[in-house]
Design a protein around this ligand. Sequence first.
Ligand code: C5P
Length: 240
Amino acid sequence: MISPHERIIFALDVSQRASALEWVERLSGHVGLFKVGLELFVSEGPSLVEEISSRGERVFLDLKFHDIPNTVAGAVRAAASCGPFIMNLHALAGSEAMRRAAEAAKEGAERAGVEPAKLIAVTVLTSHTADTLSELGIQGSPAGAVHRLANLAKDSGIDGVVASPMEAAMVREVWPSGLIVTPGVRPAGSSLDDQSRVATPSGAADSGADYIVVGRPIRNAEDPVAAADAIAEELREASR
Ligand code: C5P
């Protein structure tokens, strides 16, 4: 069983290496993973991921690959070699892309002599509504699409999915052993920022999330370390 601190993924939503590394140093031991997303990765590249990993920290590499299977597999193989603990791709890339990516993650890690990353899929971006999905020719509710894509991910040999707090319980039913990573988490009383569908840390844990992604509630707190510790405490209470 992982400890409550280890279940917190801090979103490194900054664009510069120095700032990212300051946050890593500050929150080391208080959160379990650091999420490197597109902005930071495009700015600073794989060497930053290697640097964070070399400090003994775990990285969630949030690059959401979506391309033809061969290209996705190549990107996953290359990304795997910088040693992330978790990385992701879009389920909409399809079952073959997910199957090939699962193999590529293992190959890339083996070549680099690192542990293979856990590979998870984004089902439907939470920015979508039934209307914007319909524009893309995907009919029905976002929840229906999430359900179908979570099933497809489960049958494609990857490890789990990213799921909003509103979807986590449904995904947990579809995929009891899948890894679920949940963003949109807000401790009670904290600002929603631009998130609309949110859950508290304990609410997300109760819905079946293994890991929760938290950015601004920690980054903008007066005392970020205390904010992370309070979230861990809430997760500890929830698991009792
Ligand atoms: O600051 P905040 O806690 O809202 O940050 C959440 C992080 O999770 C951001 O990096 C955001 O891009 C990411 N994310 C999200 N909702 C999703 C997928 C990713 O908030 N559905």
